[in-house]
Design a binder for this molecule. Structure first.
Ligand code: NAP
Length: 248
């Protein structure tokens, strides 16, 4: 029996990077995967076709994580298409980096809407079905930056720190119904998001990490498998640091 056999999982931002890694690893563990994208429809549909070959159900949905109504519609569509929602991974995220001195209001609001409000949107959307089935696991993608802060990322750090407070509060509110809510704080994971950084910055980051390498989407996906599966049935309200020891 596979660890996530017959569980239906919603993954936001599954078309690229960490989300794509989660879609692939979850399918290998037997999960049926419903995942969203913002604009990469071709990549998302190709990924759904690819993972379907594992014998699981997989479908990509265009859905703006920042939009409350679209989250409600997504949950409805997934319930209709898949029959249940057992796990949600709020992974969609963006950066709009700048020093505070130069950061405009729009770039602050946009990052908070896509990264933090999205977590509220999806949690509200899946709460009812999870309460009804008296079981569920919600996993929110925070960041080492949300714990430690980072110059040039006040908007991003605020959104990721906000996720941790939200996660702990949901764990307290929904624990009695066996709905668990945890956060993951990835360190430096090599994806398109970090591909925007120059090579010297990347080299200095790698060198500062105790495990001496950047993480992979699979490293994060494996932590998600633990938090999604019954292996973590007594774990809630936690932030799991998957960062090669960066914060140690
Ligand atoms: P990425 O490669 O840039 O991928 C971002 C994903 O989010 C894409 O699938 C994108 O869809 C989707 N997305 C963006 N805006 C969206 C929206 N409004 N609605 C729905 N989906 C949207 O990023 P990543 O590096 O994999 O990061 C994934 C998560 O991990 C983010 O929350 C990020 O903050 C967090 N994280 C990353 C790192 C790192 O080092 N990479 C470290 C800590 C935390 P499209 O393809 O359609 O644009």
């Amino acid at each position: 029996m596979k660890l996530l056999q017959d569980k239906t999982v919603i993954i936001t931002g599954g078309s690229r990077g960490i989300g794509k890694g989660i879609v692939e690893v979850f399918a290998q563990h037997g999960a049926n995967v419903a995942f969203t994208y913002n604009s990469s429809s071709e990549a998302a549909n190709a990924l759904a076709d690819e993972v379907s070959k594992q014998g699981v159900k997989a479908k990509a949905y265009q859905s703006d994580a920042a939009d409350y109504e679209q989250a409600q519609q997504l949950a409805k569509d997934v319930l209709e298409d898949f029959g249940s929602i057992d796990v949600v991974i709020n992974n969609a995220g963006i950066t709009k980096d700048n020093l505070l001195m130069r950061m405009g209001e729009e770039d602050f609001d946009k990052v908070v809407e896509v990264n933090l409000k999205s977590v509220f949107n999806m949690t509200k959307a899946v709460m009812k079905p999870m309460l009804k089935q008296r079981k569920g696991s919600i996993i929110n993608m925070s960041s080492v930056v949300g714990v430690k802060g980072n110059a040039g990322q006040t908007n991003y750090a605020a959104s990721k720190a906000g996720i941790i407070g939200f996660t702990k509060s949901v764990a307290l509110e929904l624990g009695s119904r066996d709905i668990r809510c945890n956060a993951i704080a990835p360190g430096f994971i090599e994806t398109e998001m970090t591909g925007k950084l120059d090579e010297a910055t990347v080299a200095s980051w790698r060198n500062a990490i105790p495990l001496k390498r950047g993480g992979t989407p699979e490293d994060i996906a494996n932590a998600c498998v633990f938090l999604a599966s019954d292996l973590s049935s007594y774990v809630t309200g936690q932030t799991l640091h998957v960062d090669g020891g960066m914060l140690t």
